[in-house]
Design a protein around this ligand. Structure first.
Ligand code: ADP
Length: 624
């Protein structure tokens, strides 16, 4: 039989594959095994659905053999659906798929641009011409009598002749060229299969020569051996109902290469328009690199159970980087590149669906404080990142946040805070700083404590950055008690009294302000103190002391020194006494001490600690 030419598009595609994928030529094996697995899938489906084929007996498997030496070859045989003469002609001589045709029509002849495009679709069978100069495909359709052989050098065209084949399925023989001779090796093949095809759910057997040598290195015996190389089990593709808790935990251990048990997992199969499976595990402990910029992703991408990548941080939003698991979809092309994945609509849908599934699992966990609190302690920071970065899910993530509080032990949610709010309370109050203990004892909280108003204790440095992105919750403003003005609205009834006090203390305040000079932005009468004589706060729009620290640690060294506001308690004895004094050494010592003690209580550092001690001792000496 004479040779038939390839369809023009096939020649184009062959050229393109050979020129743009040579650096990843090993993927040919993945492609051929994936085709074999598809063929087995199809036959399996047919025997299940076609009444004529119901009793068709087949042993689903893939067999690989190879020949070393100066004429190296590699043979891949499957017992799948097989191809008729017409199938061979159409599948391996033309390009029927509109997607691929459409892709090829976009080719510009610019090699660089074109090779970027190739990642958009599965390169498939033709990739074997990267490593072979002659390919034979012998196939017998399941249920048919005759077999056919397709032969090509991948250049001019192909030939189809009659063949003899006992068992249905396809045998592909690759006559390896210089680029491909390395693949006629037991270790190489085993490696590639473990890397890419371990989870193909049909067994893959490799036949090799087992040679035994004597002490002198002479060949003693030679035996042909066949071993199954893959586990042949795509764990996640199994039905949820048939999988036991123990098995999920075991699989997690393989995935995480560890011995810990997970907190929980999400196993979900989407069927219909978009087909994909996700299996995500929520670990108990954060991996040590979780908060480093060069963290490792723990989510693997599979296309139809064929491993694609475990090194793509874009598969999920970065706040979900604590998850371990897999995403598997049959709606993505096998040869999908990272660039393509980022723009791929199917991937975008899988991603957003995955996020929704994880959030709903977290909502479920959140119902059980015993489970959720330890999770939150470990990963709460990432949820805060999510609130900050993931606009689409900001609201549901905000519900998942937990805070320490002046009224509740452990963690509380914003929702619970609101449910405890006082009838006339308009805002949600929080205090920020780095030390929980000093926050709990801060003079800034005195008035809130007196009125029984709950304040959230935010002692994580990231809070300063995150919380401003939640200006309101349930129509209520979130207000920092570290800022001036936060307490004003709580004090409606006392405003008249406050004005009177301001009038009386005006000269004293002026004296203190003149004396402290550059140290403060302002000196004001406080309406939030009861026990303490003074406190410092940030001006409404200035970064707080804590925020300034973070900015400095992030390298913003040249940040201007932002001055605090000193608030004094008009009802405190010291302040009352100061009001009767003239400005002199005693007055100045006392004023400075008021300022310095407020800084210490904020958790701040004094610029002149020995001066502080000296002043304190002078005052003490007089007092005792
Ligand atoms: P794809 O697998 O993406 O469809 P390929 O170029 O790899 O593209 O294969 C083209 C077609 O050839 C397949 O769709 C399938 O119908 C057929 N084919 C390839 N390999 C086999 C095989 N081992 N058994 C049966 N059919 C096959």
């Amino acid at each position: 039989m004479s040779q038939q030419p390839f369809q023009t598009e096939v020649s184009q595609l062959l050229q393109l594959i050979i020129h743009s994928l040579y650096s990843q030529k090993e993927i040919f094996l993945r492609e051929l095994i994936s085709n074999a697995s598809d063929a087995l899938d199809k036959l399996r489906y047919t025997t299940l659905t076609d009444s004529k084929m119901k009793s068709f007996d087949f042993d689903p498997k893939v067999d690989i053999t190879f020949i070393e030496g100066d004429k190296p070859s590699l043979t891949i045989t499957d017992s799948g659906i097989g191809m008729s003469k017409k199938d061979l002609q159409e599948n391996l001589g033309t390009i029927a798929k509109s997607g691929t045709k459409n892709f090829l029509s976009k080719l510009t002849g610019d090699a660089k641009k074109d090779s970027n495009l190739i990642g958009q679709f599965g390169v498939g069978f033709y990739s074997c011409f990267m490593i072979a100069d002659k390919v034979e495909v012998s196939s017998k359709k399941a249920g048919a009598k005759e077999a056919w052989k397709w032969v090509s050098d991948g250049k001019s065209g192909f030939e189809i002749t009659k063949d003899v084949k006992e068992i249905n399925g396809t045998t592909i023989t690759l006559h390896l060229n210089d680029e491909g001779k390395e693949f006629s090796s037991r270790w190489k093949i085993e490696n590639l299969i473990t890397k890419y095809s371990d989870h193909i759910d049909f067994p893959i057997f490799l036949t090799f020569e087992d040679v035994d040598y004597d002490k002198e290195g002479k060949e003693k015996s030679r035996q042909s051996k066949t071993e199954q190389i893959n586990k042949a089990k795509a764990f996640w593709s199994r039905s949820k109902n048939e999988l036991k808790k123990k098995e999920y935990i075991e699989f997690y251990k393989t995935l995480s290469h560890g011995n810990n048990e997970p907190t929980d997992w999400i196993h979900f199969k989407a069927e219909g328009n978009l087909e994909f499976t996700i299996l995500f595990y929520i670990p108990k402990k954060a991996s040590p690199d979780l908060f480093r910029a060069d963290y490792q992703s723990h989510v693997k991408l599979y296309v139809n159970r064929v491993f694609i990548t475990d090194d793509d941080k874009e598969l999920l939003p970065s706040w979900l980087r604590f998850l371990h698991g897999i995403i598997d979809s049959s709606d993505l092309p096998l040869n999908v590149s990272r660039e393509i994945l980022q723009q791929n609509r199917v991937m975008a849908k899988i991603k957003s669906n995955s996020v929704k599934k994880v959030i709903s699992k977290l909502n479920e966990l959140a119902k059980d404080k015993k489970k959720y609190d330890p999770f939150y302690k470990e990963f709460g920071r990432l949820l805060k990142e999510g609130v900050y970065q993931d606009f689409e899910n900001k609201d549901s993530l905000t519900e998942l946040l937990r805070f320490k509080s002046t009224l509740e032990d452990g963690y509380t949610s914003l929702k619970d805070y609101v449910s405890r709010m006082q009838i006339d309370q308009k805002s949600i109050y929080y205090i920020t700083g780095e030390n929980e203990n000093s926050l709990r004892n801060s003079p800034l909280l005195e008035m809130y404590a007196e009125k029984g108003i709950e304040v959230l204790i935010l002692d994580d440095e990231i809070d300063e950055i995150i919380i401003p992105s939640i200006p309101k919750y349930d129509e209520k403003d979130l207000k920092s008690v570290n800022r001036s003005g936060a307490a004003d609205e709580l004090d409606d009834k006392n405003q008249e009294k406050q004005k009177d006090k301001e009038k009386t203390l005006k000269p004293t305040i002026k004296k203190i302000k003149d004396f402290l000079g550059e140290k403060v932005k302002d000196v004001k009468i406080s309406n939030r103190l009861s026990g303490s004589p003074s406190c410092i706060v940030a001006d409404e729009n200035d970064p707080t002391a804590q925020m300034q620290e973070i900015m400095r640690s992030m390298g913003q060294m040249d940040m201007p020194d932002i001055k605090p506001i000193l608030e004094i308690n008009p009802d405190h004895e010291i302040v009352k006494k100061l009001a009767t004094m003239r400005r002199g050494k005693s007055f100045e010592n006392a004023a400075l001490l008021l300022f310095e003690q407020a800084i210490i209580q904020e958790g701040g550092k004094l610029k002149d600690p020995s001066g502080f001690v000296k002043r304190l001792n002078e005052v003490l000496a007089k007092a005792i």
